[in-house]
Design a protein around this ligand. Structure first.
Ligand SMILES: [Zn+2]
Length: 285
């Protein structure tokens, strides 16, 4: 190769590397919004939160491996870290996808309740967590987790330890989270039923939220009128699979949500639903 051509190629190569590094640096420097992606994983929940400080939080993993595809679509290709994994409750449609997430992503920390359940997928997940020696924290009281200067998660439920307890209805062990970014609030309810809603109402917790992740895939036994009157959601997200066997979402729940003034977005109709917060207003994409 002639020396001159070699020199030109070398200079172009160096320039390309500098531009790439600059773009990478800029993408980290630009102040970011908070983003909540309600991932389309069919009949189940998987919610990816990207915090303004660049952390990835995954709440539940859906019923199968499809969460891996969805994470790939919604994270940068080099981003293989989940800073915090939360399992709301150990039913298959929430825990199963998390097994593959543990295998393919570096998970730094996990929150769960420790409630008793002996289904194979939950036990596989738990064994993998122990094998990988990931820090495991049991939620046994109300608490606040600070994410960045203007973002935090309030754990509203459970307000007591469920560790090693047998519950008649595991849905009612669901961790309920209020995610707050500036003035914007997201209420994430897992599969909690009216029983949990009553406890939250009695506790006098501030339930008001711009966005409600409708509990239990729109089941009629959740999202009571009393509860919705306190939440007053402008936006309601129903995570539900097409033609599921449970009749989710219930028409009654949809009517209650509409009466409460919420605009409804469903993953079976829209696929993954992305909601952005700049701390003042939210934008649905
Ligand atoms: Zn569920």
């Amino acid at each position: 190769m002639p020396t001159k051509l070699y020199k030109i190629l070398l200079i172009l190569g160096i320039a390309a590397v500098i531009v790439a590094m600059l773009l990478f640096w800029l993408s980290y420097r630009t102040p970011k919004n908070l983003e909540v992606d309600f991932l389309d994983v069919g009949q189940g929940d998987a919610i990816l939160i990207k915090t303004p400080s660049g952390q990835n939080i995954l709440i539940d993993g859906g019923p199968d491996k499809s969460v891996i595809k969805r994470l790939g679509e919604n994270l940068s290709w080099w981003d293989k870290q989940i800073d915090l994994m939360i399992l709301t409750h150990p039913h298959d449609d929430h825990v199963t996808g998390l097994i593959d997430v543990l295998k393919r992503y570096k998970v730094k920390k996990i929150l769960y309740t420790g409630v008793v359940h002996d289904a194979p997928n939950y036990l596989t997940w738990l064994n993998l967590v122990h094998d990988k020696k990931i820090s495991l924290t049991i939620i046994d009281k109300k608490q606040t987790i600070n994410l960045s200067e203007d973002a935090k998660m309030e754990i509203l439920y459970p307000d007591q330890s469920l560790l090693n307890k047998n519950l008649a209805d595991l849905n009612d062990s669901s961790i309920v989270i209020k995610l707050i970014h500036g003035k914007n609030k997201f209420l994430l309810t897992g599969d909690a039923s009216e029983n949990v809603e009553k406890i939250l109402l009695t506790n006098g917790a501030d339930l008001s939220a711009d966005v409600l992740k409708v509990a239990h895939h729109g089941s009629q036994y959740s999202s009571s009128q009393e509860f919705l009157e306190k939440v007053k959601p402008l936006t309601a997200v129903i995570m539900v699979g097409k033609d599921n066997d449970f009749g989710h979402p219930s028409l009654r729940t949809i009517m209650r949500l509409k009466r409460a003034g919420a605009e409804i977005f469903r993953t079976d109709e829209k696929g993954t639903i992305k909601i952005f917060s700049d701390g003042l207003k939210i934008k649905v994409k």
